[in-house]
Design a protein around this ligand. Structure first.
Ligand code: LP5
Ligand code: MN
Length: 244
């Protein structure tokens, strides 16, 4: 049993075979820092992409899954929310990795306060092209058709999508790809003014203080794991960002 009472939040690791050092760093993090935590929240884009749960047996994936399962068995509760790259992670993955899938958004009560969790892409409402794309690929019927295609074809399609995404991002301003202030306000209002909102996706780690209808809130943005690991620690004294 873990005696310490703190939770950790991470997102945007984008684990993939071509950056093995990040996977090594993540597995080391699971065996050390995360093992001390009561709960670990992974808020999307754990993987560079996820083509379907039939890709679980890939060696890179089993290394990650085994490390997650070991952590879960040691007593740390693990929660995973989908990102825009790995929303096809399903119950099969959750089962073997020993974690619980969370819907986006979710409110959790931790150390006496309500914390609103999201991947963050839903808040980027000025990115109309992305939101239209998201609407299409999150349709369950569309997803069923997609996952019924051979794994190799799905991976080839995802590769072409990644290329398209990179090209499109050149045409979008940083403002368009950031969260929309009204979307943040509306979400906090809708969830009854939690004091903390934690999300990733934009890869712009920071803390933003805001007031919504007279209620103070802090929006914490998680960092990605491209250059180094990054996580947020929450206990009964509050939140602190940590490099790994
Ligand atoms: O991911 P990132 O950081 O590059 O950019 C995101 C948004 N892009 C995406 C697309 C993903 O990168 C693609 C990979 C997803 C894998 C999913 C797995 C399986 C499902 C398969 C579904 C087909 O999420 C990007 C945002 C950016 O974040 C910032 O918020 O701007 O949004 C886009 O780039 C979307 C484009 O603007 C619109 C895309 C239209 C694609 C139309 C289909 C073209 C088909 C081409 C194939 C021949
Ligand atoms: Mn994302």
């Amino acid at each position: 049993m873990n005696q310490s009472s703190f939770s950790l939040f991470i997102s945007d690791l984008h684990l993939c075979q071509s950056r093995p050092e990040i996977t090594t760093q993540f597995i080391a993090f699971l065996h050390t820092t995360a093992k001390q935590a009561e709960k670990l929240f992974i808020l999307g884009d754990l993987f560079e992409y996820w083509a379907g749960d039939d890709d679980i047996s890939d060696k890179h994936h089993t290394d990650v899954i085994n490390a997650l399962k070991t952590l879960s068995n040691s007593g740390t509760k693990i929660y995973l929310m989908h990102g825009n790259r790995d929303f096809l992670i399903a119950d099969g993955f959750a089962e073997v990795a020993g974690l619980t899938l969370l819907k986006d958004p979710t409110v959790v009560k931790l150390y006496g306060q309500h914390v609103l969790l999201s991947h963050g892409d839903a808040l980027c409402t000025d990115d109309h092209a992305y939101q239209a794309f998201k609407l299409q690929v999150r349709d369950p019927a569309w997803q069923l058709t997609f996952v019924n295609q051979p794994l190799a074809s799905r991976k080839a399609y995802i590769a072409s999508l990644r290329l398209k995404s990179k090209q499109e991002k050149f045409t979008k301003t940083m403002e368009i790809m950031d969260v929309n202030a009204d979307a943040v306000t509306n979400l906090l209002r809708q969830y009854n003014y939690p004091k903390l909102l934690i999300h990733g996706h934009t890869h712009r780690p920071n803390q933003h203080r805001l007031t919504v209808d007279g209620h103070l809130a802090i929006r914490w943005v998680l960092g990605d794991w491209y250059e180094q690991g990054s996580c947020l620690k929450l206990d009964d004294t509050g939140c602190v960002a940590q490099a790994i």
